[in-house]
Ligand binder design. Structure first.
Ligand code: GLY
Length: 364
């Protein structure tokens, strides 16, 4: 069991990265003095897989337990389920209870549960128990929690840090190959933004990781969490321009997801992989990066099984989706660009023909 402390003063918390240790969760929570009554928010699939072990560890540490399930899809991150959860929790709550929330699942569950925790009674404690690679390396850490509105994703949200992030790599055994490779796009992102050592490790060990080897998985998850923790510590509220480096590949990636929305052609991770390739092509075209960096990035993503070419969409649809992105400040575009493995820069006002060329290159 390895711990990383996210240092945020009174809001500091541990990220625990472990394997085969779900049965230890109850004792860890007891030490946190987090409350008496756990509301576990999850979906039916995750409940079937891990509900029993989580319930048992909590009961044996003296907690009362209640499950709340939501659908296994992005639809759960909605006003409807948010209000339903708050109402159900309020009916369960009562004299002598000290409610806390456990988010047991992937990014959707984590974002929804954290948001519910942030608004129920103006805030109750919550814990992230992420069960996907994407959630373990990214969405469970950092305190940005939200639900989607009809107009767009994550539009109602807050900053609300968990009291603990507990990642057991054993939970990843249940992931489909697609979900695992999708999460790997974020792992590659961390290597590019901050760690040549992680990137080289991925180049050498990607097949072990994809086979689910626990030691390799634990090692990469630990490294990614340590990188994210440092970034979040320096820019908790995302107002110092530092967290933005975590968006590498997400500007064009989100535009691809939006343009492909109705056909669900690309998962988040697949779109991010294509976005990273486009960003490295922009960096090359404006002379900020050499060819070798782009070649290594593309080769690693391809080896992992992520897409490095695109089909079925139109360049113009991706460009117009990108122009509506909330990451664009005052109408200016802003990109995170790889300079070399382990170093990125933030560049505004990239000329449109360069962006277009880089997106078009994804089709060839
Ligand atoms: N919850 C994800 C983040 O704060 O970055």
């Amino acid at each position: 069991m390895k711990n990383i402390l996210v240092k945020l003063g009174k809001r500091s918390y541990d990220i625990t990265v472990c394997h085969d240790s779900m049965d230890k969760l109850g004792k860890l929570l007891k030490k946190l003095n987090i409350g008496t009554d756990a509301v576990i928010i999850t979906n039916p699939t995750i409940k079937r897989l891990f509900g029993k072990i989580v319930e048992e560890t909590l009961l044996s540490s003296g907690f009362k337990v209640r499950f709340e399930t939501v659908p296994d899809s992005e639809k759960a991150k909605s006003e409807k389920y948010c209000l339903k959860l708050i109402n159900n929790i309020s009916r369960f709550d009562g004299t002598g209870r000290r409610i806390f929330i456990i988010a047991l699942g992937g990014g959707v569950i984590g974002d929804l549960s954290g948001f519910v925790a942030s608004i129920y009674k103006r805030g109750v404690p919550y814990v992230q128990v992420p069960t996907t690679l994407l959630a373990q390396v990214d969405s469970s850490i950092g305190g940005k929690v939200a639900i989607d509105l009809a107009v767009g994703k994550n539009l109602a949200g807050s900053f609300y840090q968990p009291r603990l992030v507990f990642s057991d790599v054993n939970t990843l055994k249940s992931l489909s190959r697609n979900d695992l490779t999708s999460g790997m796009a974020e792992v590659v992102k961390y290597g590019i933004i901050r760690s040549p050592k992680l990137f080289t490790f991925l180049e050498k060990n990607y097949s072990k990781i994809l086979k689910g080897e626990k030691k390799a998985l634990q090692s990469i998850i630990y490294t990614c969490c340590a990188i994210k923790a440092k970034v979040v510590e320096k820019d908790e509220l995302d107002n110092k321009g530092l967290r933005v480096i975590l968006n590498l590949g997400h500007t064009i990636g989100h535009a691809i997801e939006t343009a492909a929305h109705y056909r669900k052609a690309y998962s988040h991770g697949q779109a991010v992989a294509l976005g990273i390739i486009a960003a490295s092509s922009i960096a090359e075209k404006i002379g900020m990066s050499d060819k070798d960096t782009g070649v290594r990035i593309k080769k690693l993503l391809r080896n992992i099984g992520l897409p490095v070419k695109m089909k079925g969409l139109k360049v113009k649809d991706i460009i117009s989706a990108q122009a509506r992105d909330k990451k664009f400040i005052h109408g200016k575009n802003r990109f995170v660009l790889p300079v070399k493995i382990g170093k990125v820069i933030i560049k505004e006002d990239i000329p449109m023909p360069v962006i277009k060329d880089s997106i078009s290159a994804l089709f060839s």
